[in-house]
Design a protein around this ligand. Structure first.
Ligand SMILES: [Mg+2]
Length: 282
């Protein structure tokens, strides 16, 4: 087990949203609420880390009564409320009351790449940036305003792939060579900068560490394959069981918990266990 926490340790918790803090089917966070409050009183920040956009995450962060930094679009950008640390981190820029660190790429640079790539290799996909809102509604099943919100993106471009797997692999290789990454989600192939949930979490942890004499330690929690990069770098990794798929494989992690229960209940019970064994006294 990790060393029993002392006042010399500042614990941080990074957490995915869908299927982790939010129920896979109902999107409820209620089973996690009491634990979230307990962490807040104990001065342990919960850092929301998702594939969602800034606007989508701001709404959920409000619902969760969370006021800590958060990470958007699969590690593309870190939003730190201005004034959260004693001064602005050196590399951050200021935007709408946030200090923003951007390990990812600007969406426009991704769209430019897609435009150039399409001219030589064709366009066997629907991209959000060139689609009408009606086309996005048809591709996603979102309603019209949700589709608009999903299309207000800063750092990544979802593609609905219509070509074959071979074309997709060749496209991913060209994207890589051009300095981007691709990430296959449930429905979309996402093009983003060469970052991931783990790299952004590492950068944010380093930022916390810069402002404290205590030693920062990380608990990370998630339910999907795109959470593995964040789980790998955590001192304690919590894989939250899903009602829809098997837990992702995380071999050789020194301190791994796979929850018994699914979603926010599984999350809360695992965090309670960690609190009881490692973080006492709260
Ligand atoms: Mg998830």
């Amino acid at each position: 087990m990790t060393t029993i926490a002392s006042p010399k340790t500042q614990w941080l918790i990074a957490s995915d949203l869908d299927g982790t803090l939010l129920d896979h089917f109902s999107y409820s966070h209620q089973p996690a609420d009491a634990t979230l409050q307990q962490l807040e009183s104990a001065g342990i920040p919960v850092i929301l880390n998702s594939s969602k956009t800034r606007d989508e995450m701001l709404a959920l962060r409000d619902a969760l009564q969370n006021q800590h930094p958060f990470i958007v679009e699969n590690g593309s950008a870190i939003f730190i409320p201005a004034g959260y640390f004693p001064n602005k981190p050196e590399l951050a820029r200021e935007e709408d009351g946030y200090w923003v660190l951007e390990p990812g790429a600007q969406r426009q640079s991704i769209v430019d790449f897609l435009h150039n790539d399409g001219e030589s290799h064709g366009v066997p996909y629907l991209s959000f940036s060139s689609a009408s809102n009606e086309e996005i509604v048809a591709a996603t099943g979102l309603n019209a305003s949700e589709a608009e919100q999903a299309n207000r993106r800063g750092y990544s471009e979802p593609l609905l792939w219509r070509g074959n797997e071979q074309e997709k692999a060749a496209f991913a290789a060209r994207a890589n060579a051009a300095g981007f990454a691709t990430l296959q989600g449930g429905r979309f192939l996402h093009v983003l900068g060469q970052t991931d949930k783990g790299q952004a979490t590492k950068l944010l942890k380093k930022t916390y560490q810069h402002y404290t004499d205590r030693s920062c330690k990380l608990i990370a929690s998630g339910d999907g394959p795109n959470d593995l990069d964040m789980l790998k770098i955590a001192d304690v990794a919590v894989i939250v069981r899903s009602p829809s798929h098997a837990p992702p494989e995380l071999p050789h992690h020194p301190e791994l918990i796979v929850t018994q229960e699914t979603g926010p209940l599984g999350w809360a019970l695992a965090i309670q266990d960690i609190l009881a064994t490692e973080l006492l006294p709260l």
